[in-house]
Design a protein around this ligand. Structure first.
Ligand code: GLU
Length: 478
């Protein structure tokens, strides 16, 4: 156990270095000179804070971070995580991934990340609120938050509730700021959030992998049929991202044969229904013991099952040199940030596994955060202006067609054709378009260079080229 902890610590310690290693591997396929590459790679600003918070009868000194990896575009953007594994190296690595992620999906932000080193399970909601508000006040003091500066969002261990505390603290310290609602994303809809943000990362994972599965030549190479239906899927992590990814695969006809959580894993070769599993967890506190499923001895055994698509949607470094040779999946979809080490990448590339990298695949969250930020700056809900106009026009066009042809469509079809786009329709279609475009950009880069052997390297090349071009346009490197 102590050995495992030491290994985990060592791996955490190396996370930023892993990102640098992957970056360097890709940099050789770009045209940029050494100085520009060094600037793209470096973390621009690291803010480490320690502050006291009263917990019961004592005072806890809380360690927290905000890292702004790149200022090539502003604001900086990235989530805030609450976890007792948080450390500077991890936050720096995650901030760097945000820069590359935003570049790949053409979201005009620099990368950032925040972290508070706490296990949220050990605090009451009242204490968590105190911690979140104090952290926000510290960011305000140092000008590390604001709609044009740095915009946090949810990440591991945080959600809508924490985002609304951040918003409220920011607004009370910066009264009258007209665009203040854009200081944080992932807010509840009632507080300026956008419909579709909660499920965005999981849905983006689904859109990205579905589009890959539609590429006939890639599927042929893997010995798979095109399409999602019938594919055997394993998902690690039943948090917001993992649950939604599993749900969309299940609804599209895939078989979710195994779900893995920190306290156990359940398996059914006929497929599990993620909603039923979630309900079971709500009632019992764990996915283990779900009726109609077998529990695996070790939860990590689930990663090594025979399957078509493996989706790690929990934390970093779960697939490493130790278990990579035992992985049997044909496609790995990185829903989490950094679930594979560079050593695992090498092993899997040799085996011919397609690894769909995090910086593309989980970019749905930040993409919809971008939509939310735009909504906040424009002060109007998506669809408010056009929905009724479109509906009236659609009904009119349909009426004309029916009159000219003398035929009538069914009531169900009429409803479908007439429907004008709501906010959620526009958010989903914007997300789908973003994921499709980015997948093909990365895939084309992969196909174009004979020497690029994995999609991660191709994704880094796309990102480095875009960030490099932005620096060039800024005139920093004349
Ligand atoms: N925490 C998410 C990520 O890692 C979302 C970030 C955001 O929306 O800014 O991509």
């Amino acid at each position: 156990m102590a050995k495992a902890k030491a290994l985990a610590q060592e791996q955490h310690y190396n996370f930023f270095h892993s990102v640098e290693q992957s970056f360097d591997k890709a940099a050789q396929f770009t045209k940029w000179e050494k100085g520009i590459l060094e600037q793209i790679k470096a973390c621009n600003a690291v803010y480490r804070i320690k502050f006291p918070v009263r917990v019961g009868n004592s005072i806890d000194v809380i360690e927290a971070y905000r890292v702004q990896h790149s200022h090539h575009k502003l604001p900086c953007k990235g989530g805030i995580r609450f976890s007792d594994e948080v450390n500077q190296d991890e936050v720096m690595a995650l901030a760097a991934l945000m820069t590359y992620k935003c570049a790949i999906v053409n979201v005009p932000f620099g990368g950032a990340k925040g972290g508070i080193k706490i296990n949220p399970r050990n605090y009451t909601p009242f204490q968590l609120e105190n911690i979140t508000r104090r952290y926000t006040a510290e960011l305000v003091k140092k000008n590390f938050i604001g709609p044009g500066i740095d915009v946090p969002a949810p990440d591991y261990g945080t959600g809508e509730r924490e985002m609304s505390w951040i918003l409220d603290t920011y607004m009370s310290l910066r009264p009258g700021e007209i665009d203040g609602y854009g200081c944080v994303t992932g807010k509840p809809v009632s507080q300026g959030g956008v419909r579709g943000r909660t499920e965005a990362t999981g849905l983006g994972v689904f859109y990205g992998l579905r589009e890959l599965c539609n590429v006939k030549e890639d599927m042929k190479r893997l010995g798979l049929e095109p399409g999602i239906e019938g594919k055997k899927v394993v998902v690690q992590g039943m948090g917001n991202v993992g649950y939604h990814a599993a749900k969309y695969f299940h609804e599209a006809g895939a078989k979710v044969i195994c779900l893995i959580e920190w306290d156990g894993a359940i398996f059914n070769p006929k497929g599990l229904n993620p909603d039923a599993v979630l309900k079971h967890r709500k009632e019992t506190g764990s996915i283990v013991g779900f009726p109609d499923a077998k529990s695996l001895k070790k939860n990590t055994d689930g990663l090594e099952l025979e399957c078509d698509i493996l989706i790690p949607a929990a934390l970093e470094n779960v697939i490493h040199a130790g278990n990579a040779p035992k992985i049997k999946a044909k496609i790995i979809g990185e829903a989490a940030n950094g679930p594979l080490t560079p050593e695992a990448d090498e092993v899997l590339a040799k085996k011919g596994v397609i690894v769909v990298p995090d910086m593309f695949l989980n970019a749905g969250g930040v993409t919809v955060s971008y939509f939310e930020w735009l909504k906040n700056l424009s002060h109007v809900r998506y669809g408010r202006l056009g929905k009724r106009f479109d509906e009236n026009m659609n009904i009119h066009i349909l009426g004309q067609i029916e009159e000219l042809t003398g035929k009538k469509v069914s009531e169900k079809e009429r409803k479908f054709i007439a429907h004008g786009a709501d906010e959620v329709d526009l958010v989903y279609s914007g997300l789908e378009e973003t994921m499709h475009t980015a997948l093909h950009e990365v895939r084309e880069k992969f196909m174009e260079h004979k020497k690029i052997r994995d999609m991660r390297t191709a994704a880094y090349v796309c990102a480095i080229d875009k960030v490099g071009a932005a620096y060039e346009q800024l005139g920093i490197f004349p």
